[in-house]
Design a protein around this ligand. Structure first.
Ligand SMILES: Nc1[nH]c(=O)nc2c1ncn2[C@H]1C[C@H](O)[C@@H](COP(=O)(O)OP(=O)(O)OP(=O)(O)O)O1
Length: 212
């Protein structure tokens, strides 16, 4: 991993680069808005009980038709941790002992002028019953990478899960979800351009982890 000399503007601290790309100039940051994103992850127990991650299919609004964690705006008077817990409950009905695991900065100039500061949380367990809401349809995915030859789960009443659907997620997710899964703290920044069809494409990105 490379040293931190190329940390993008808007990120601070001592971090080692894990991935970077794109050759556009970093966009200026005007208004920063705080958001949250929360994930439930069940670790693999053994080869027949692989790990799984809970994602939600966003049914409307920003990021509609993409799978993501559960989250939204931090409201005035709330801490990001409080907002993460509230959004998780509102969007899929459950409560969880969320732990902060990463901070992400997403910047775009085309469309509404925004810089999203997203605090990312993860929990190993949850309480309550998962429900589909107007905003999100929850779905479990396997955390076993699609390319490995791991055996399919044994037929013990366990549903067979699809791999994480990176093709139907924000394009930055593939760079930091593996860090979330391995419980490695992370930070990152990604700059986006919106094309004529309204699709966000990533023009420059950088992700990193603290030195071990
Ligand atoms: N590039 C990106 N990659 C990613 O993985 N998640 C992103 C992202 N850009 C935004 N998000 C997440 C953060 C947050 O969980 C969600 C946006 O939240 P919402 O659409 O729920 O926000 P709203 O403005 O609707 O807020 P609420 O009304 O409070 O839910 O999208």
């Amino acid at each position: 991993m490379a040293a931190t000399s190329n940390l993008p503007p808007g990120l601070e601290g001592n971090y080692l680069e894990t991935s970077t790309g794109g050759d556009a100039a970093w966009l200026p940051i005007s208004v920063k808005k705080w958001y949250t994103n929360a994930f439930i992850v069940h670790e693999a127990v053994d080869p027949t009980t692989p790990g799984k991650i809970l994602l939600g299919y966003k049914k409307r609004g920003f990021g509609a038709h993409l799978y993501n964690g559960f989250g939204g705006k931090v409201e005035p008077g709330e801490t990001p941790a409080q907002a993460a817990a509230r959004e998780l409950k509102e969007e899929c009905g459950v409560e969880a002992p969320l732990q902060h695991c990463g901070s992400l900065l997403f910047v775009s100039q085309s469309g509404p002028e925004w810089a999203f500061q997203i605090e990312v949380y993860r929990a190993d367990e949850y309480t309550g019953a998962l429900i589909e809401t107007d905003e999100m349809r929850p779905q479990w995915f396997s955390t076993t990478p699609a390319s490995t030859d791991a055996p399919a789960p044994a037929d013990q009443g366990e549903e067979e899960l699809l791999p994480i659907p990176y093709d139907t997620m924000w394009p930055d997710d593939v760079y930091w979800i593996p860090l979330l899964l391995s419980k490695t703290p992370f930070i990152g920044r990604a700059d986006f351009e919106i094309d004529a069809t309204g699709k966000y494409s990533m023009k420059r990105w950088w992700f990193g982890v603290p030195p071990s």
